[in-house]
Ligand binder design. Structure first.
Ligand SMILES: [Zn+2]
Length: 293
């Protein structure tokens, strides 16, 4: 206990903030991820994607990345006296493995920034006596995903490519391929990084066993700010058969439609582009909607 007091005193002299809100913590970890990307860009002399975890790992004291059969786990971070080792699930596809490794690098950045001591203030609203551990885990995992996104799809590079292609549902596969990330991670990133306001939505058959329609799994954007993200929501989260969305589900070509969205206190009709991805039971639809078109 005495040591705790001592640490407390020495910390106050370094002007360590008493609390951090969610946005501040998010900005801090993004900033740290950017430093790492910049370091890599400087070292290799260009900023062309992909930004592979293997390259980033070398700069971050990670000795190696090992592929292993991890069952249901995506990746684990092991700490040794002379550095880290990441084990990644060899049964997952490469795009997913990349994200899992980048997420583990995110854990290292999280601990470098000593964000754990702020965890209570970062997500103070969600804390209740029963769910404290879960809320803490959720917060940490979310921040590590934010870091992973910035590492694999650095905003300034991603924006350059996005504007080169024009923001469209047809660009998703190309972008995912260039940055070696999944379709879904790319779709989320488009909503976050697009200069033109853009929403990204994921639809899945529901119920899984005997689908009655397509149900919204998530809707994000525009922008990174969580308040902006919550601003737009489709009026109907379940789309019943038949619909334009079902057409996108059945065929591989993009489908254009209009959809009603709740915006603040009103409702607005937005143009939307949708496309189906994946096969059989893993098939889903990504839509992009444009508030200013
Ligand atoms: Zn994690």
């Amino acid at each position: 206990m005495a040591t705790n007091n001592l640490t407390g005193n020495s910390l106050t002299s370094q002007a360590v903030p008493l609390s951090l809100n969610s946005e501040q913590a998010t900005s801090l970890i993004i900033e740290r991820a950017r430093q790492l990307v910049n370091q890599l860009v400087e070292q290799r002399g260009h900023d062309k994607p992909p930004f592979l975890p293997e390259e980033l790992a070398r700069l971050q004291g990670i000795k190696r990345i090992e592929k292993a059969d991890l069952g249901g786990t995506s990746a684990v971070l092991l700490r040794f006296h002379d550095g880290y080792v990441i084990k990644v699930n060899q049964n997952h596809n490469l795009a997913r493995q990349n994200f899992s490794c980048a997420h583990e690098i995110g854990h290292i950045l999280f601990s470098e920034l000593k964000l754990r001591r702020y965890i209570r203030s970062i997500e103070y609203r969600t804390f209740n006596p029963g769910g404290e551990r879960e809320a803490r885990t959720r917060t940490i995992e979310r921040l590590c995903n934010v870091a992973a996104t910035e590492l694999l799809m650095p905003e300034f590079v991603f924006r350059k490519y996005l504007s080169g292609f024009s923001v469209s549902i047809s660009s998703i596969e190309r972008l995912a391929d260039i940055f070696r990330v999944s379709i879904q991670a790319t779709a989320r990133r488009i909503a976050e990084a697009s200069v033109e306001p853009c929403l990204s939505l994921l639809w899945q058959p529901w119920p899984r066993s005997k689908p009655k329609g397509l149900r919204l799994a998530w809707c994000i954007g525009p922008g990174r700010n969580s308040r902006d993200t919550a601003k737009y929501m489709p009026v109907h989260a379940l789309v019943k058969y038949p619909s334009k969305l079902h057409k996108a589900y059945q065929y591989d070509s993009p489908v254009k439609s209009w959809k009603l969205f709740k915006v603040d206190n009103g409702v607005k009709r937005l143009p939307m582009e949708s496309k189906g991805f994946g096969r059989d039971e893993t098939r889903y639809i990504i839509s992009l909607a444009f508030p200013e078109r």
